[in-house]
Design a protein around this ligand. Structure first.
Ligand SMILES: Nc1ncnc2c1ncn2[C@@H]1O[C@H](COP(=O)(O)OP(=O)(O)OP(=O)(O)O)[C@@H](O)[C@H]1O
Ligand SMILES: CC(C)(CO)[C@@H](O)C(=O)NCCC(=O)O
Length: 415
């Protein structure tokens, strides 16, 4: 992140079309208690630098999330460790932007966190996974290996980059499964961070009175998690220790961004969302009323429901007059509705009423959140509730706290 970051990498999710639970064998239940591979002692032995781990990483298909634990008091570290900690601290806290693509999300910072008996705060940094080669150079240059011989990592990139971290940075990646981490992170963040972490949109069918309301997430089971990252994973969570991945779709956040860049020439997610916020998807989609002249009453399809996403683009004239704002909006609406529809079917099959939507696709993306809230309510006649999490909806970043904690045999204690 020091220099302009360059090389990309090929971490494309396996391609598949959206599929429903029936076509996807339900995996065996995972037991979160079995998450760690090594013994607590083996993790302690792996430490090289300061007497606690300071970083955790989630290396996803699009974004890498890095967490840094800043102890409040470093007086009891030895001199060399204090020096390293100060250097790291100066570098990370001296700015909120690193190079051209690294960002520290200041508003996500978690204060008064306790890790391994130490008070401190957790900082959240993200950068595109395509910049990993530059991050590796930085880690070499800043001598991250002086801080620990191992670092906890999750996401597909923990596997993809394991060898290069070991050979180039001399850091061993302790790998944790991304979905185990996700579920654990949700439980953690709701219990520990946080007053009213979870919320929903009341009156989702009425834009004028639709607003955010806190949701009490105590005793949440069973619930569905829809993790919208590059691709989408859908999990059915039955208890604190049991979940299964019931479905997924390759039509996810990466698809939105990829298509939007293709269709509008935009270059960033923020730009795509900003364009979408000014667009009207009805200029692009074909609605039921464009086909029926009104509602399709026999099967309860309202005239303003989308009959065919991008359906108007078959006309040359309409294509010519399509604005990029409208194309961005239609792309967003198409992807969001498709995810909502798969989630709804999964909820029905699993007989679950609460659906928690997470993942960075929802970052700065109230349009999709409200659309999902609307879709869950509308298509289920009010029996399904779409839930969201305050922590900028990207819970997987919070898992890193768990990862950090686990390095020293931290127990996941009920308050
Ligand atoms: N600054 C950003 N740059 C790129 N994509 C972003 C950004 N902010 C939000 N997004 C959206 O978030 C998605 C990535 O979400 P997330 O970080 O949860 O997934 P990931 O871990 O990269 O992917 P996966 O879990 O599938 O491996 C992108 O595909 C895009 O839609
Ligand atoms: C491959 C992962 C799990 C990587 O996070 C994710 O991008 C995903 O769930 N993709 C969808 C794959 C599918 O079920 O079609």
């Amino acid at each position: 992140m020091d220099q302009k970051l360059s090389n990309g990498h090929a971490n494309d999710p396996p391609s598949s079309n959206g599929h429903q639970d029936s076509s996807q064998p339900v995996q065996e239940d995972n037991t979160l208690g079995k998450m760690r591979k090594g013994s607590p002692d083996s993790f302690c032995d792996l430490r090289g630098g300061p007497s606690m781990p300071l970083f955790g990483m989630d290396i996803g298909g699009t974004l890498t999330k890095l967490v840094y634990f800043e102890p409040d008091n470093i007086d009891d570290f030895d001199q060399a460790e204090q020096q390293t900690l100060r250097t790291i601290h100066r570098y990370l806290m001296g700015s909120t932007a690193y190079g051209t693509t690294g960002i520290r999300d200041v508003h996500l910072e978690m204060k008064e966190q306790n890790i391994c008996g130490r008070q401190g705060r957790i900082h959240f940094i993200r950068f595109p996974t395509s910049q990993m080669p530059a991050f590796i150079d930085l880690a070499k240059y800043r001598k991250f290996s002086g801080l620990a011989s191992g670092i906890c990592a999750t996401g597909g990139g923990a596997y993809m980059f394991e060898d290069v971290f070991e050979s180039e940075v001399h850091l061993q990646l302790h790998k944790y499964d991304e979905l185990d981490s996700l579920v654990k992170g949700i439980h953690y963040i709701d219990r520990y961070n946080l007053n009213s972490e979870c919320y929903y949109f009341c009156n989702p069918l009425d834009p004028s009175s639709c607003e955010k309301m806190p949701f009490n997430f105590q005793d949440p089971y069973p619930y569905l998690v829809v993790n919208i990252g590059s691709g989408v994973s859908i999990l059915s969570v039955r208890s604190k220790s049991q979940y299964s991945r019931v479905s997924g779709t390759s039509l996810g956040g990466g698809t939105f961004l990829g298509l939007c860049c293709l269709l509008t020439g935009c270059e960033t997610f923020e730009e795509a969302i900003e364009l979408a916020s000014r667009g009207d998807s009805e200029n692009i989609d074909k609605l039921v009323k464009d086909i029926y002249g009104g509602d399709y009453n026999k099967f309860g399809l309202k005239g303003d429901a989308v009959a065919s996403s991008f359906g108007q683009m078959m006309s040359k004239e309409k294509r010519k007059s399509a604005k990029k704002e409208d194309l961005a909006r239609a792309t967003l609406v198409t992807l969001t509705n498709n995810i909502g529809s798969i989630a709804r079917m999964c909820a029905k099959t699993e007989k679950i009423e609460r659906v928690v939507f997470v993942g960075n696709f929802l970052r700065v993306n109230t349009i999709s959140m409200k659309l999902l809230a609307f879709a869950m309510e509308y298509w289920s006649n009010g029996s399904l509730k779409a839930l969201f999490l305050e922590h900028e909806v990207c819970i997987r970043i919070a898992i890193c706290k768990i990862l950090l904690s686990q390095c020293l045999d931290f127990r996941f204690v009920d308050p």
